[in-house]
Design a protein around this ligand. Structure first.
Ligand code: 2IO
Length: 418
């Protein structure tokens, strides 16, 4: 019997306002919480979540067949295991680390500089809508080698794809809309993939087309699914992480001052942001056999949602878990972006985020650029902070004020001087 807590529903309005208020109660009173409306089990303890994510045979990614495959238009890396998975994952890792990553960082810099420029004389920006969202789309298009002119339609189709993956109770109309978006995105990509096969460039699509590992190459369907996957995964969590980082730093002025003085602390600030407020809050799995968690049984075939946000605040693993502290000794910044991470924001085990190094480089680069530009950065007076989302979650907007910078003052960090 699951230890259902009938007074909590993760699908309720109360929960949506601030899920973190319910995490302790779930971990303590209903670590295996059943939601009848969607026939799914929600796990909130770090130990249980880690166990599910790392035992990929007992807890499989079969859930993705219904949650992702219809919009990914094929099987994604996360659905594969064994030799096929090893080979194809290596191809993707190669395209997202080392030399290739250095090129991606250039795209991040160029796009960030272009997007921030018009706001500097204003002294005001919505870090989500004005900057983070468009930046994530532009950077991802650059990485994939897609035409930047196509960004609006690609972003619109991508929104439909993401809505499908992250929706917990989609209406049939929304489902239809999401599937339409996916079909149009696939049709848009088809000639691009054909062209890259004939005439490869340096971009990720070309690399996916050309790559071979241990004699394993990618089919058109593999490439399409992976491109749609990269598009969703490199956009959806990116603006959220950036905005959450700034929100935490602004709300902790002494830590903001420290990071300004010593930018080497940025990776710690990013890792702590990912721990406290992971942009991906839920990771689905299927239990292949009956599984017991602290006395409660999840039946074979059940859908499990790992609650990353709740696990990352488990006091068994992190002291003062609800506090933002870039110096916390139990985080271990160096390993926070690797398989040895204590926080579970990138998942864990075989299918741990393949873009973790890319994500770190992107956020670190952008934050490192923005901090000196946004002098005296603060919440815009009168703005009300609000987050949204259950599967992925982040600020709806982050209106910020800062010292306006004139063209002459650019570089002084202070606007007009002398
Ligand atoms: C379809 C929520 C966008 C991923 C899945 C295989 C996507 C996979 C994730 C993240 C972010 C998405 N799952 N990235 O949770 O690639």
């Amino acid at each position: 019997m699951p230890l259902a807590d009938p007074d909590v529903s993760v699908l309720s309005e109360d929960f949506a306002v601030d899920p973190s208020r319910w995490f302790a109660r779930l971990r303590e009173r209903a670590p295996v919480h059943y939601e009848p409306a969607i026939d799914s089990y929600f796990l909130s303890r770090h130990e249980d979540v880690r166990r599910v994510l790392t035992d990929h045979e007992a807890f499989t990614t079969e859930t993705l067949q219904v949650r992702a495959e219809p919009v990914m238009r094929g099987r994604v890396l996360a659905q594969m295991t064994g030799a096929e998975h090893t080979a194809k994952r290596k191809i993707v890792v190669r395209a997202l680390t080392g030399r290739a990553l250095q090129d991606h960082v250039h795209a991040v810099r160029a796009n960030a500089a272009e997007l921030i420029a018009p706001f500097l004389p204003e002294g005001r920006i919505d870090l989500v809508g004005d900057f983070g969202k468009p930046l994530a789309v532009r950077v991802t298009l650059a990485v994939l080698g897609l035409d930047p002119e196509d960004r609006e339609r690609v972003a619109a189709w991508n929104s439909g794809v993401v809505e499908f993956i992250t929706g917990l109770d989609l209406s049939p109309e929304r489902r239809r809309h999401c599937l339409d978006c996916a079909e149009q995105l696939e049709a848009y990509l088809r000639p691009v993939i054909e062209q890259r096969r004939r005439d490869p460039g340096e971009d990720l699509i070309s690399q996916l087309c050309a790559a071979e590992f241990d004699g394993v190459a990618m089919s058109d369907r593999d490439v399409t699914a992976l491109v749609v996957n990269v598009l969703a995964a490199a956009t959806e969590p990116a603006d959220k992480t950036l905005a959450l980082l700034f929100k935490h730093l602004i709300d902790h002025p002494e830590q903001l001052a420290e990071v300004r003085r010593d930018p080497e602390l940025l990776p710690a600030a990013i890792a702590e942001t990912l721990r406290l407020t992971p942009p991906v809050q839920l990771v689905p799995r299927r239990a292949e056999a009956d599984a017991v968690f602290g006395g409660a049984t999840v039946p074979a075939g059940a859908t499990i949602f790992c609650m990353i946000g709740a696990a990352n605040r488990d006091p068994e693993v992190f002291t003062a878990p609800d506090t933002f502290d870039i110096h916390r000794p139990d985080l271990g910044t160096a390993r926070s972006f690797t398989a040895a991470a204590q926080h579970l924001a990138f998942g864990a085990g075989l299918h741990q985020c393949v873009g973790a190094a890319f994500a770190r480089a992107e956020i670190e680069t952008v934050a490192g650029m923005l901090l000196p530009l946004l002098d005296r950065v603060r919440h815009s007076p009168g703005s009300r902070y609000r987050e949204a989302g259950l599967y992925t979650r982040g600020p709806v907007a982050l209106p910020l004020d800062f010292t306006p910078m004139t063209a002459r003052g650019a570089g002084s960090g202070r606007g007009i001087r002398r």
